[in-house]
Design a protein around this ligand. Structure first.
Ligand code: CA
Length: 615
């Protein structure tokens, strides 16, 4: 009798429990999708040997593929006029059904206030969910996950979450921000010593990290933001996944990741992708080297992996309603894969927008990554609408710190934008003065409030889509700690135990309040400043430590004067006469005072003065 039980138990292990599916990606799909194919990745012990079968109107199996590892099965399906419901899929070995599961096709939403894209009429607020606000202290530490929250560690997890952001959308809206970009929220179940609070080490691309919330919570967060007219930009990474991703515990195939033993870490020189003289050695090192040993480098030349990643983006766009994607480490993967990804996403969601993080030196390397680039035709078109404009940030840092000269100080800003012909559409560039990887702008400015304001006013008036990093509205400086945590301090008041809250006027210091009011005023003014959104940029060669530019349409004009001198400076009208001809006064958007622009005028010391020109 005992033997019989043992035999039954053994059979159960072999054919029952052991053949359970561990992963079904994507977890479900929809009717009426803008793409007509679906690639299912199934993962479970020995399921690669099984044959799928189902009957469902509108859905047919195009191809079944197995991978090197017998624990994976790929089913490519085509969908036409499919209705919502459950597809009962049987995985068979000969005549015997080994696994049965239901795959759900949901009704696609008819809600139109989603996938809206973003453009130069927006201002993007970038925040790190772990560091912004803790809306739910219950999820700070989750049983079974590798890292617990500990706010005493500047480079550890602090417990901020999606609910924390959702609860403070009014704060973000009041500031004048119209879009929010959250650093990645995918599951990052990494070892504590790595410090994956930043989210760039995904261990499951179909799950929101439980310490941030749930998939459903992310979806309702997007809905809530939309209800307040705030767009949401999702951060994605196709260059790598975390070394604790389930793929690494049961490798799909040898060519899923690049060989770390062979290529080591990357050279971080994205420029080799656009360099006509680059060596294959450097290119291999860039594309195949790993970012760090904990981030397994994906080989997107594998077509099943490429489809998986593209479909993952489409799934999140459809599921959550997000309006845009910021793609991390854009210059590292194979560029043909990237253009294919962009095209697939933009064809499916034409009103959407994507910005690629192209952290490179020099305008020509930056512009290479925007669609329809100019210059020698090497056959590449990225199709990418928007790039992160690192060149503007580099120039601004030097413009406000270095002494003025023919090519130094404010002249840097002139040289930066005077190369705009290299971009197909510079007004689509995302411009910024700092972000989560860069020293805090206030720190870069030597903690000089005047220089801080000069830089922020430039950000609000130059061409492009401005992005503001959380805390910058408070002139937050770097923290005196080691590691990336120095630029990623918690927002004070985001945690219940904090002694004050920067989210309220009473909780802010005098200096924080001064910065807050300045940022709020300018950002809200920008909301309706159509000449800033899409007006022409006309600038004048910097002279005597000052720089003057205009943003103008046929019936609206804004004059911006950057005066870095410690004294007031006079300006001769005749230089600007052509643009000023239609206008008599300039109203300072900050304090409402006016200047007469029908004659020479004066601007105060160390400031970026912005004038709405009136007829
Ligand atoms: Ca929490």
């Amino acid at each position: 009798m005992k033997k019989l039980f043992f035999l039954i138990f053994l059979l159960y292990c072999l054919y029952g429990n052991s053949q359970k599916l561990q992963h079904i990606d994507p977890p479900f799909w929809w009717t009426d999708m803008p793409v007509s194919t679906l690639q299912l990745m199934l993962h479970g012990v020995n399921i690669g040997k099984l044959t799928p079968e189902f009957i469902y109107p509108g859905v047919t199996i195009k191809e079944v593929k197995s991978l090197e590892n017998p624990n994976y099965l790929i089913i490519n399906m085509s969908l036409t006029d499919v209705e919502s419901g459950d597809i009962q899929i049987r995985l068979k070995e000969g005549n015997k059904t080994r696994v049965t599961f239901n795959y759900t096709i949901k009704q696609r939403t008819s809600d139109t206030k989603r996938n809206l894209g973003f453009d130069s009429s927006d201002v993007i607020y970038l925040l790190m969910p772990d560091r912004f606000a803790n809306g739910n202290s219950e999820n700070d530490t989750v049983d079974g996950m590798l890292e617990a929250a500990d706010r005493s560690k500047p480079n550890g997890r602090h417990g901020g979450d999606i609910k924390g952001v959702a609860d403070r959308l009014d704060y973000i809206k009041d500031l004048g921000m119209t879009a929010v970009w959250l650093t990645p929220t995918f599951e990052n179940d990494m070892k504590p010593e790595y410090g994956a609070y930043h989210g760039y080490a995904a261990t499951d691309l179909y799950k929101i990290d439980r310490r941030f919330g749930s998939n459903e919570e992310f979806k309702s967060f997007v809905q809530k933001a939309h209800d307040k007219d705030i767009k949401v930009i999702m951060d994605m990474i196709h260059n790598h996944v975390g070394d604790q991703h389930w793929w690494l515990k049961d490798l799909p195939s040898k060519d899923w990741f690049h060989d770390f033993e062979k290529y080591g870490t990357t050279n971080f020189r994205g420029e080799v992708q656009s360099d006509p003289h680059a060596s294959q050695y450097d290119l291999d090192k860039l594309q195949k080297g790993w970012f760090v040993p904990e981030l397994a480098d994906l080989d997107q030349r594998n077509p099943i992996l490429a489809s998986y990643l593209i479909q993952n983006s489409i799934w999140w766009i459809e599921y959550s309603g997000v309006d845009g994607i910021r793609m991390d480490t854009y210059v590292y993967p194979y560029k043909d894969y990237l253009s294919n990804w962009v095209e697939s996403v933009m064809n499916a969601y034409p009103s959407f927008n994507i910005v690629g993080e192209a952290w490179v030196e020099r305008v020509a390397h930056e512009s290479y990554w925007q669609q329809d680039k100019s210059g020698e035709d090497d056959g590449y078109n990225s199709k990418l609408p928007s790039v992160t404009d690192f060149q503007i940030m580099f120039a601004l840092d030097r413009a406000l710190i270095d002494d003025f000269g023919w090519k130094n100080g404010l002249s840097e800003l002139y040289y930066a934008v005077s190369q705009d012909r290299l971009y197909s559409d510079p007004n689509q560039n995302v411009v910024f003065i700092d972000n989560h990887d860069i020293e805090r702008f206030y720190t870069k400015m030597g903690e000089d409030p005047d220089l801080f304001k000069m830089g922020y006013a430039y950000l609000m008036t130059i061409r492009g889509i401005p992005q503001v990093y959380y805390g910058t509205e408070l002139m937050l400086a770097n923290s005196p700690v080691q590691g990336d945590g120095r630029k990623r301090a918690d927002m004070i008041g985001g945690w219940e135990e904090d002694s004050r809250s920067v989210f309220t006027a009473e909780g802010r210091t005098t200096q924080e309040q001064e910065a807050y009011e300045y940022v709020k005023k300018l950002t809200n003014w920008r909301k309706n400043a159509t000449a800033i959104h899409h007006g022409k940029l006309t600038h004048f060669i910097p002279e005597d430590n000052s720089y003057v530019y205009f943003r103008h349409t046929n019936d609206q004009a804004v004059m911006v004067i950057m005066n870095r001198n410690d004294q007031p400076k006079s300006f001769e009208r005749k230089r600007f006469a052509k643009i000023l001809a239609d206008y008599s006064t300039g109203v300072n958007v900050l304090d409402g005072t006016s200047i007469d622009v029908s004659k020479d005028f004066k601007v105060g010391p160390k400031q970026t003065a912005i004038f709405d020109l009136k007829k």
